[in-house]
Design a protein around this ligand. Structure first.
Ligand code: AMP
Ligand code: GLY
Length: 419
């Protein structure tokens, strides 16, 4: 089979690499991909993720068996619908089904209707009303832009002043443009966070292993929210009972609910969850593989990834099995300043000194003429390895991270811990 992956980040790197392990796969293509992928034998046509017409033509010309879509924006713009209309199989939700990620207001209403546990909330478009509500409830309180904001649309306000600032930026100053014309104001929840992804085909769900994503930029879970500074899987502090609760109370209900709403979901459904004192509650849904969770979860998949996706697309039963021992840890190397302003075009040094146990997933790099990797994103790359336990994983992986240490980049030194 020839398979086309859409996207260009670390998540797509992990997806492509996993596909290469399958002996059913002849050639992996990734659009637009990256220089790092080309180096691994993946063909990367220079076609933007949003150029549906060119992508469809490319898929036809290269006899693509199916397409896997990484990022949320093309999904929400109807890429799966467009491929399907052209007779090409594409793994991911339709535009209607992807709305579970595209609108937090929709997701909240949906969860309420299908009794999926989540923080209580109210939605506002008017600044005065929102401000009155926040004054009434008090801090801490959580303000969320309704639409997509690159993982940066959530403000956990510990004080009224922070909440007010967030409301002003979103509702009065259009910080995220259309995405923040509406805000969801949510109850502040306390508990251990974890991510649970599942392959979904209509009402059927096939959960992956639990992962943990470190969202805050700095050590001790301080600083602004980012796209993710590191991840690990599995998560020993999340018991099997909690995972079962999440599967039954969240994933099963969500898949069934979407089906009933005529938004049947096929693809990866991602639940960002919190284990609170009153049960597992949903923080957010995503309609795709998580980044960076995928980079630590997919390497643990022991069944054939290409066959699994093909089975889902053919409405057959997929084989989904994971390693039962060990742990995978991933640490992000980010550009200094990220998630706010950061410089690009800095040399990534030390890559050739890494030991063979380490896998490097590139999120934002390109090759210069001298064949060196140069940064071009906030998150530059993620280093990951498998070890027998977390102590070992941290010890080994941080030694490797030091090899990449330069003043241009930073990484958290507490990845693999509980925050
Ligand atoms: P999200 O982009 O929705 O995943 O939110 C980013 C982060 O904000 C989450 O990973 C949580 O750490 C935090 N967060 C979101 N909603 C809440 C909430 N209701 N209570 C406490 N923290 C939250
Ligand atoms: N790791 C969270 C996300 O993919 O949105």
């Amino acid at each position: 089979m020839n398979i086309l992956v859409i996207g260009r980040g670390g998540r797509e790197h992990a997806i492509c690499k996993k596909l290469l392990e399958s002996n059913k796969v002849a050639q992996v293509f990734c659009a637009p991909g990256s220089d790092a992928l080309v180096k691994e034998g993946i063909i990367c046509p220079n076609i933007n993720e949003m150029d549906f017409e060119k992508l469809i033509n490319f898929a036809k010309e290269n006899r693509i068996a199916f397409v896997i879509i990484g990022p949320e924006v093309p999904l929400l713009e109807g890429m799966v619908d467009a491929f399907s209309a052209a007779g090409i199989k594409a793994f991911g939700p339709t535009k209607r089904a992807a709305l579970i990620e595209g609108s937090k207001d929709f997701a909240k209403q949906f969860m309420q209707k299908y009794q999926i546990p989540t923080a209580s909330s109210k939605t506002f478009t008017d600044y005065e009303h929102a401000q009155n509500y926040v004054n009434q409830v008090g801090a801490p309180i959580v303000i969320k832009a309704d639409g997509l904001a690159d993982g940066k649309g959530v403000v956990v306000a510990m004080t009224l002043a922070e909440a007010t600032l967030a409301l002003k930026e979103m509702l009065l100053e259009n910080k995220f443009e259309k995405a923040s014309e509406k805000v969801v104001i949510e109850e502040f929840l306390v508990g251990e966070e974890f991510s649970l992804m599942a392959f979904v085909n209509g009402k059927k769900i096939y959960p992956m292993e639990v992962a943990k994503d470190h969202k805050r930029a700095y050590d001790g879970a301080k600083g602004p929210n980012t796209g993710g500074m590191g991840a690990y899987s599995p998560v020993p502090q999340i018991s099997e009972a909690l995972v079962d609760e999440a599967i039954q109370n969240v994933l099963v209900k969500a898949a069934n609910g979407l089906f009933q709403e005529n938004r049947a979901f096929r693809g990866v459904l991602y639940a960002g969850l919190m284990a609170t004192s009153s049960g597992v509650k949903v923080i957010e849904f995503n309609a795709r593989f998580g980044d960076p969770e995928t980079q630590v979860v997919l390497p643990r998949l022991t069944s054939d990834f290409a066959e699994l996706i093909q089975a889902l697309l053919d409405d057959e039963e997929p084989v989904v099995t994971f390693k039962e021992t060990g742990v995978n840890l991933g640490i992000v190397l980010a550009s200094k300043g990220y998630p706010a302003f950061y410089e690009k075009n800095h040399l990534v040094t030390g890559l050739t000194e890494l030991s063979a146990e380490v896998t490097v997933y590139h999120a934002g790099t390109y090759l210069n003429e001298a064949g060196e990797f140069i940064s071009n994103g906030g998150r530059v790359l993620l280093l990951t390895l498998e070890a027998k336990d977390m102590t070992d994983a941290r010890q080994q992986l941080y030694k490797e991270m030091e090899k990449l240490d330069t003043p241009s980049f930073f990484y958290r030194i507490d990845i693999g811990g509980e925050e």
